[in-house]
Design a protein around this ligand. Structure first.
Ligand SMILES: *[C@@H]1O[C@H](CO)[C@@H](O)[C@H](O)[C@H]1NC(C)=O
Length: 296
């Protein structure tokens, strides 16, 4: 009797282990932009939610062309007076939970652009000294060493971001990510992405009606996803989405549609990594990440 009873539990254990492995293999991460709304809660709160693998601090709105770079964190704190150095402890608390924290460059406003290879190299040096492993005198976020740099370049001027990518990736420890728009190729980030140096690419499937999910029809989204993942070499691709209907002009996907239809349609195509959300503010309002995290 004893030996007959031994097998069912062993088989059940094997099935559970196999299911667990499959679950781990298909489970995606969630990345979120934080920084552009003073009412979205602290960086530490965002990390303590347990919902995110990546936090993208938004944005370094001015850089390049020899300009003094400007960090803009909306109502959170004033970088120009040294008022954001206190974020160092939040950043370190996030990192101690395994969350990667990156600085995002650009955004839909701002004054940025690179005038030459030398200009790109000097921006890379500035980033290294002031946000990464270097030791600049005026680190706006204090002594915490960020995990990398995100490019959310949206002004249509693509010049020399390939040079910037090369300069940043001269240090292998720096994560490099980008947030292109879903129409391929991206007007601002196309040449940079062709370097093949990016770890993660979070593609904005919002404010771009031609490649969005609309009323149960995922064909345009899947087609754009296939084009992106077969045309660009990158570590992982993420589906970039608004975290609520108010977060973007178009492109919001209901949580049930996302986990039931859209994710199953794309996660076998190319190197799927998870989803990116704009932004923490809208995610707090709508609990989008909380609703979908088990199914992305
Ligand atoms: C978010 O949604 C999840 C899933 O429905 C739920 O378990 C969680 O309590 C919600 N969180 C908040 C803050 O409402």
């Amino acid at each position: 009797m004893a030996s007959n009873l031994k097998w069912p539990p062993v088989l059940a254990l094997i099935v559970l282990l196999a299911a667990g492995m499959v679950g781990i293999a298909s489970a995606g991460n969630i990345a979120v932009y934080w920084g552009q709304n003073g009412n979205e809660g602290t960086l530490a709160d965002a990390c303590n939610s347990g919902n995110y693998a990546y936090i993208l601090i938004a944005f370094l709105t001015t850089f390049g062309n020899g300009q003094t770079p400007v960090l803009n964190l909306a109502g959170h704190c004033d970088p120009s007076s040294g008022g954001c150095t206190g974020l160092t402890s939040d950043i370190q608390a996030c990192q101690s939970q395994g969350i990667k924290v990156l600085l995002s460059l650009g955004g839909s406003g701002g004054y940025y652009g690179l005038s030459s290879t030398d200009d790109a190299n000097s921006v890379a040096s500035y980033l290294w000294d002031n946000f990464l492993g270097g030791s600049g005198s005026s680190r706006p976020l204090g002594s915490a060493v960020l995990d990398g740099i995100d490019l959310d370049i949206e002004n249509g001027n693509s010049a020399h971001y390939d040079d910037l990518a090369n300069a940043l990736k001269a240090n292998n420890n720096v994560l490099l990510t980008a947030a292109p728009q879903c129409p391929y190729p991206d007007a601002s980030l196309g040449p940079a992405l062709q370097t093949g140096l990016f770890d993660n690419v979070w593609i904005q499937f919002y404010n771009n009606p031609g490649c969005e999910y609309v009323n149960g029809d995922d064909s345009n989204l899947v087609s754009a996803w296939s084009t992106w993942t077969s045309s660009v070499q990158a570590g992982k691709f993420y589906l970039g989405l608004p975290a609520s209907t108010q977060a973007a002009g178009s492109g919001y996907i209901q949580p049930g549609d996302l986990t039931g239809t859209v994710i199953p349609a794309i996660n076998g195509i190319g190197s799927y990594g998870g989803i990116m959300l704009w932004s923490r503010y809208y995610d707090v309002l709508n609990n989008y990440s909380g609703q979908v995290k088990g199914g992305v």
